[in-house]
Design a protein. Structure first.
Length: 116
């Protein structure tokens, strides 16, 4: 019997400033900023499903994600794109195949939004 489960518990994102990253991710995800920063360098975003942990201890310019390590879900890709445009993000693609787009967080990590 294999003791390793076939599920992802969480994804760690390297960020340079934990407070600024927490505020930015909570803003784009519509989450309250009400959890504490753990150990001075970790913030656990309250997600549905697979978790996201922001971590300033693992940050370096060499560690940022140059391709998206995950995607955030949406039910309407056009509305999601317009919403992110209103947040003045740096897009790395337009909407592709009427299904997904990518952008950068303030540290340069690439993030994808995909219509489910």
């Amino acid at each position: 019997m294999n003791p390793i489960l076939n599920s992802i518990g969480t994804v760690f994102i390297p960020v340079s400033n934990i407070e600024e990253a927490r505020n930015w991710y909570c803003d784009i995800l519509g989450l309250p900023v009400d959890s504490e920063i753990l150990f001075g360098h970790l913030y656990v975003l309250p997600m549905n499903g697979t978790g996201i942990v922001l971590d300033s201890r693992i940050y370096s310019k060499d560690n940022i994600f140059k391709t998206p390590p995950f995607h955030l879900n949406t039910n309407n890709i056009e509305q999601a794109y317009e919403y992110m445009k209103s947040k003045n993000v740096e897009f790395t693609t337009e909407i592709e195949h009427n299904h997904w787009f990518t952008f950068k967080d303030p540290d340069g990590n690439h993030v994808m939004v995909c219509q489910c």
